[in-house]
Ligand binder design. Structure first.
Ligand code: GDP
Length: 175
């Protein structure tokens, strides 16, 4: 499939928050329940349309690197967007967001647009972090925010679509 632009996206956040599942849901529209910890970076890609323009997203998944809560600088290189994921059913993963923001600000370009994503909202009865709290945290840090479920697919496309539009419009405005 042909495209006019190519954007690199990176997934970051604690282990088991659902980064790989969000990627799989976005690229293949499916959910896999088993957790397969693999070594090395994995990719996914998909072409989407924004304002009538075809944009290919190449999405990098940490594939285990995040266990050490340190991601190599090369992982972030050239990333138009970083998707910082936490699990709404595990407050510890929300508490780590500050460290991840610090990591991204040290290693990514200042142009890299960061969105915080609260994943697993299908597990409403296990929720430990409210949507309001997540949104407030993102606002305080000047970052974008969405809640999603990689399992049901709720708002998964929205994450990528919204960030692609934001980046594309910045390019159009010469920013
Ligand atoms: P990663 O380490 O951040 O890449 O996390 P994974 O994508 O491997 O997911 C970790 C575990 O959480 C797996 O068992 C997934 O099946 C599960 N999981 C991921 N996303 C969701 C979700 O939205 N809802 C539910 N219920 N489980 C999820």
């Amino acid at each position: 499939m042909s495209f006019n632009y190519l954007f690199k996206f990176v997934l970051i956040g604690d282990s088991a928050v659902g980064k790989s599942c969000l990627l799989l849901q976005f690229t293949d529209q499916r959910f896999q329940a088993t957790h397969d910890l693999t070594i090395g970076v994995e990719f996914g890609s998909r072409v989407i349309e924004v304002d009538g323009v075809s944009i290919k997203l190449k999405i990098w998944d940490t594939a285990g690197q995040e266990t050490f809560r340190s991601i190599t600088r090369s992982y972030y290189r050239g990333a138009a967007s970083a998707i910082l994921v936490y699990d709404v059913t595990r407050r510890d993963t929300f508490n780590q967001l500050e460290n991840w923001i610090e990591d991204a600000r040290q290693n990514a370009s200042e142009n890299t647009q960061i969105i915080i994503v609260g994943n697993k909202i299908d597990l409403e009865n296990k929720r430990e972090v409210s949507e309001e709290e997540g949104r407030k945290f993102a606002e305080e840090n000047g970052l974008w925010f969405l809640e999603a479920s990689a399992k049901t697919g709720h708002d998964v496309n929205q994450i990528f679509q919204n960030m692609t539009r934001i980046i594309y419009q910045k390019i159009q405005n010469g920013e």
